[in-house]
Design a binder for this molecule. Structure first.
Ligand SMILES: Cc1cc2nc3c(=O)[nH]c(=O)nc-3n(C[C@H](O)[C@H](O)[C@H](O)COP(=O)(O)OP(=O)(O)OC[C@H]3O[C@@H](n4cnc5c(N)ncnc54)[C@H](O)[C@@H]3O)c2cc1C
Length: 476
């Protein structure tokens, strides 16, 4: 495996830049200036001009959990190095704090409570930001095509996250709803209200039951939290506005392909999750797969469920710009990396977060696609790059989990911390306290606290908020 050690004498080692990265700086620049001539309008801010002039240009694609953690660690370690420059590219100007998206979906908080502007992290720090779309990555030429023109690099960090993977099964791509963004969280609320209003309108009992049946595809972390959120919002949040719901036959069915829910957790945690969900009336179908969906029903390997709604939360995939790279990919499109989170054969290219197919160097356990892991990887890569620039090699990546937390509705949750599993209200409290502490902004914390308090005192948000072109209701 290559590293970022300097070539040549000791003096050079102190100041220069990773082995492979450094060796190719001149060649990369020649290639870059060639392709620049062909690029269309480029807009380069003053701060970016400094990036271009630097001797070591570190380009980070994505300012989410992994990308930001890398940038912050690089700032901490390399701030004093005038000839090193870091540029973060993201098409959005915010960090979406996904663990708290549920509290938007269940009507207790606003979408803006769970996003933190990236510029807030930049204040007083040395890295630059480019607000733009990454359109292509040329690993040979060492440059990246963005909506603001080409950007060269000496060291690249790919941290573009993931999207929900919806397989090509009959009806699925047209009808399934996904949950990945604040817009999806608002649309979940809108859709549940649409479904309940539709059930209220119909005289046909079968139609009524189908509108009040909600199927969730996926028995992992997102699937169980989705089922719990739907249950909580329908049975608790909407009850005040729709009192007849108290006696209505609302059905929520979660379908998981594995033999147990949350298969990445311990069997004890899986069992606790199943018990809690079933206790609330959520139906759990494990060892079953969804085979298709029509306007009126969801087909599973264990039979048909008459339902007008299918939410899909069974897996993620890397974005196209990552999937399209000519490197080794895992089945979900993530890039296979070595023990130092580098692309094999390309020591100047690191991958972090959901885009990395990584294993713990000691245990060989896969690193899960979570915010926690992305932050850990980002911090490691920041350190590895800084260490490489000083002519040393960082030890291989080791992942130590802090545990897992999930909300299960009705003021219950589950927490897995080391060998312990905590359930019920203590886990619910821990979830709220922990993520309130983790969201990296006092402004967001205060907004969240105020919104949670208001929801407890005056009830949840039950108005529809249309931000897009209009309602999207599968089955209509
Ligand atoms: C609903 C939900 C709940 C979750 N809950 C938890 C949880 O409780 N705990 C946990 O640990 N994990 C949770 N996760 C997983 C977690 O969000 C991801 O694992 C984490 O975000 C991955 O970090 P990342 O840096 O790889 O990607 P991200 O944080 O998604 O960052 C990727 C960045 O790249 C940008 N980007 C993407 N494509 C482009 C492009 N072409 N051009 C420019 N910019 C681009 C995006 O705007 C984004 O800012 C949850 C995920 C979801 C969807």
């Amino acid at each position: 495996m290559g590293d970022h050690g300097a070539r040549g004498g000791d003096t050079l080692k102190r100041v220069a830049f990773g082995v492979a990265a450094i060796g190719a700086v001149a060649a990369g620049r020649r290639l870059f200036s060639g392709s620049r001539q062909g690029a269309e309008a480029e807009h380069i801010s003053q701060s970016e001009a400094a990036y271009r002039a630097a001797r070591a240009r570190i380009l980070i694609l994505g300012g989410g959990f992994g990308g930001l953690a890398t940038a912050l660690e690089l700032d901490r370690r390399l701030r004093a190095e005038d000839d090193v420059s870091v540029l973060v590219v993201d098409r959005d100007n915010d960090l979406l704090f996904t663990p708290l998206l549920w509290t938007v979906a269940d009507g207790c908080a606003n979408p803006s409570d769970v996003v933190v502007p990236i510029r807030a992290f930049q204040r007083g720090r040395s890295f630059h930001l480019l607000h733009g779309e990454v359109r292509g990555i040329d690993l040979d030429a060492r440059e990246v095509e963005t909506s603001a023109g080409m950007r060269p690099y000496d060291v690249l960090v790919i941290a573009l996250g993931s999207v929900t993977a919806v397989p090509d099964l009959p009806g699925l791509r047209e009808r399934a709803l996904v949950f990945h963004t604040p817009a999806d969280a608002v649309e979940l609320r809108n859709h549940l209200i649409d479904a309940i209003e539709a059930a209220h309108r119909t005289e046909d009992p079968a139609e009524h039951a189908a509108w009040l049946t909600f199927v969730v595809g996926g028995g992992g972390d997102t699937g169980i939290e989705l089922a719990a959120t739907i249950h909580e919002y329908v049975t608790t949040g909407l009850l005040a506005a729709y009192p007849w719901l108290a006696s209505a036959p609302v059905r929520i069915v979660v379908v998981g392909r594995a033999e147990r829910l949350v298969p990445m957790s311990s069997p004890r945690t899986s069992e606790a999750v199943r018990r809690t969900l079933e206790g609330e009336g959520v139906e759990v179908l494990t060892g079953a797969s969804i085979e298709g969906v029509t306007r009126d029903a969801v087909q599973t390997s264990r039979g048909e469920v008459r339902a007008r709604t299918l939410f899909w939360a069974a897996g993620i995939t890397a974005p196209d710009v990552v999937r399209g790279l000519a490197v080794e990919h895992a089945r979900n499109g993530a890039i296979v990396v070595d023990d130092h989170l580098r692309v094999p054969g390309r020591p100047e290219v690191y991958v972090v977060g959901d885009d990395a197919w990584a294993f713990d160097a000691d245990t060989r356990e896969p690193v899960p696609p979570t915010a926690q892991a992305a932050e850990h990887e980002g911090k490691y890569v920041g350190r590895a790059i800084a260490t490489g620039l000083q002519g040393r090699t960082a030890p291989p990546f080791r992942f130590r989990t802090r545990g897992r937390l999930a909300l299960l509705g009705n003021r219950t949750g589950v927490a897995e911390i080391g060998p312990f599993t905590i359930g019920g209200f203590p886990a619910w409290l821990l979830w709220h306290g922990y993520y309130l502490f983790r969201i990296p902004s006092w402004r967001n914390r205060l907004h969240l606290l105020a919104d949670w308090l208001l929801a407890a005192l005056t009830g949840r948000e039950t108005g529809q908020l249309r931000l897009g072109p209009g309602p999207r209701t599968p089955g209509d």
